[in-house]
Design a protein around this ligand. Structure first.
Ligand code: TEU
Ligand code: CA
Length: 563
């Protein structure tokens, strides 16, 4: 595998609306990010992904862009953005923006013009169809519910939107549109951006011509996941994008790719792949039902382990996944993957260590480093997210009562991760001096940065230790490039793997069980160096390691012949 500048770094995702508010309007802003760069540097972050800050009507929290080259005034202005790039660079932090180009906002001038003149040049930037007999061009279901087709005013024209109706899909089949996008990307890269996280990218290639698929729910529609399996030829677009943008700037790109197939992985993340990396979503999709959240199942520790190992095997020798336990579309990882008895600081460190030591690029989502948890929503009114509201309706339609529906939605809601960042124990967790746009989790008095910063045993300190270890010249090579070898996979509740480097080896052990667990340790383990441990001690005796409940330990071993 070719070595790249971003290998070995640790990345961090900021959801700007909820990070830090500097002007008291209750909404996080770019100046807020600038003010917290020292915090991120101290944590050890070297890559920063910022969720969308472009001009937007916020039908889907900025993932509906009205101008790709302007900053939305709620976040600040272009000077703030330029200053952020400069200040980040001065701290050795590379900045990624979110590239949302499957769709734009219905308020983008391209779409406004397309609606005015569907047969003109901008009409070809979108998927517009005339509907004369009332029969829509296809029965696909949008991700946020209902058909993907929406009528343009009182005309007989309809447009396609696979997400919200305020997010019309861009027509990637049109080479002019593609050139517009590449120009815009290069404009940002020229400004000093290090790269992009690429949103919902699998959706840019539709199986054409439009046709109906077998319905999978009462509504007569078909899930987009099924539809997209049929699309052929996305690589032509993505390779073109790489050649005309990223490759010219040595930029980093991480794709939001669901449904990747094993045989396609080299095309995505191999040495000649279209992206630097793609997210591993295998654990986030585990247990999800095409019927919706009400029919889904939360994965347990053994599912979690199986998903991680499967992805490690898939990517071995090919490239790097980007590893996460949560993001702005998911519930909090510690509330989701950990059994009830493990939802405490020790359990949170255990989950952290297990994912962080995997091969790949670790991403930390804001608040994860202090163990932020799901919100206890007491009514659907407290939830802002379009997707959650849609799933709430799906629950009601399936016959659940309101209480049951709220329970389901609370488990999966994207707003769990979108509550404001908890900086300290002052009002609103120190996030804002005004009224926060989304309720702060009341547990901010216990869970916040201030209380963890000075505590060497805090979750935050544990994250700092892990990041430091990743950079440690002694262990870096093994952590970044070492092969992952799963061990004792059949032992329930145990997650154990080796990272096998040329000169050194690292053993990662985690006990998700509520009771002690004894595992055989080779001779060399007894001479191992403890690199990380979430418990006070480690019990190694007579060739066995005895792990306390929820203990996670990372041992470093030098190969004998290398001293
Ligand atoms: O998400 C793409 C995506 O596939 C989502 O449907 C995701 O599965 C869902 O949010 C899980 O609940 C991206 C962004 O990350 C998301 O925030 C946007 O809403 C979406 O694209 C549209 O831009
Ligand atoms: Ca603000």
């Amino acid at each position: 595998m070719e070595k790249k500048w971003w290998h070995g770094k640790t990345a961090y995702q900021i959801y700007p609306k909820s990070f830090y508010d500097t002007n008291g309007d209750g909404i996080g802003d770019l100046r807020g990010i600038i003010e917290k760069l020292d915090y991120l540097q101290e944590l050890g972050i070297e890559i920063l992904w910022i969720s969308p800050v472009y001009l937007s009507p916020f039908a889907d929290q900025g993932y509906d862009i009205a101008d790709y080259c302007a900053i939305d005034p709620i976040f600040g202005n272009m000077e703030d953005m330029e200053q952020l790039l400069k200040e980040a660079k001065a701290r050795g932090i590379a900045v990624l923006m979110d590239l949302v180009v499957n769709h734009c906002s219905d308020e983008h001038p391209w779409f406004v013009e397309a609606c005015r003149d569907p047969e003109g040049p901008y009409g070809k930037y979108f998927y517009l169809r005339q509907v004369k007999d009332g029969k829509l061009p296809c029965n696909w279901r949008s991700y946020f519910g209902g058909p993907v087709w929406e009528r343009i005013g009182e005309t007989d024209w309809y447009y396609l939107h696979v997400f919200h109706k305020k997010q019309p899909d861009l027509n990637w089949e049109n080479p002019e549109l593609r050139q517009e996008i590449y120009r815009m990307m290069n404009w940002w890269l020229d400004k000093g951006l290090a790269g992009f996280r690429i949103d919902a990218i699998i959706n840019i290639k539709k199986p054409l011509p439009f046709k109906d698929y077998p319905a999978d729910r009462e509504d007569g529609l078909c899930d987009m996941g099924t539809v997209l399996k049929d699309a052929q030829g996305i690589m032509e677009f993505l390779d073109e994008m790489r050649d005309q943008t990223f490759a010219l700037h040595n930029a980093f790109s991480v794709g939001e790719v669901f449904n990747n197939k094993q045989e396609e992985l080299p095309d995505f993340i191999g040495d000649q792949g279209c992206f630097s990396s793609i997210f591993d979503f295998s654990q986030t999709v585990e247990g999800k039902s095409p019927r919706g959240w009400y029919d889904s199942r939360v994965p347990g520790p053994d599912d979690y382990k199986r998903c991680c190992f499967e992805s490690q095997r898939k990517s071995e020798g090919i490239g790097f996944f980007s590893n996460i336990i949560e993001n702005h579309d998911e519930p909090r990882g510690v509330s989701y993957y950990l059994p009830d008895y493990a939802q405490n600081p020790m359990g949170k460190k255990l989950l952290a260590a297990m994912y962080f030591m995997l091969k790949g690029l670790p991403f930390i989502y804001q608040g994860q480093e202090i163990g932020m948890e799901n919100m206890a929503f007491s009514s659907i009114e407290e939830i802002d997210d379009v997707n959650s509201r849609c799933e709430y309706q799906v629950c009601l339609d399936a016959g659940l009562n309101r209480e049951e529906a709220l329970k389901v939605v609370s488990l999966y809601s994207r707003d769990n991760a979108r509550t404001p960042f908890q900086w300290d124990d002052s009002a609103n967790g120190g996030f804002t001096e005004g009224t926060p746009w989304l309720g702060v989790n009341p547990n901010y008095r216990e869970i916040n940065v201030q209380s963890q910063e000075k505590d060497p045993d805090s979750i935050l300190s544990f994250y700092k230790q892990m990041i430091r270890l990743r950079k440690d010249p002694q262990w870096k090579e093994t952590i970044v490039y070492g092969e992952t070898v799963p061990l004792m996979e059949e032992v329930s509740g145990l997650m154990a793997y080796l990272r096998r480097g040329r000169e050194r080896e690292i053993l990662v052990l985690g006990n998700f069980n509520p009771k002690e667990l004894s595992v055989p340790a080779g001779q060399s383990m007894e001479e191992g160096q403890i690199l990380l441990n979430n418990a006070e001690s480690l019990d190694i005796q007579g060739g066995n390691i005895s792990l306390k409940p929820l203990q996670a330990v990372v041992l470093g071993i030098m190969h004998k012949n290398n001293g």
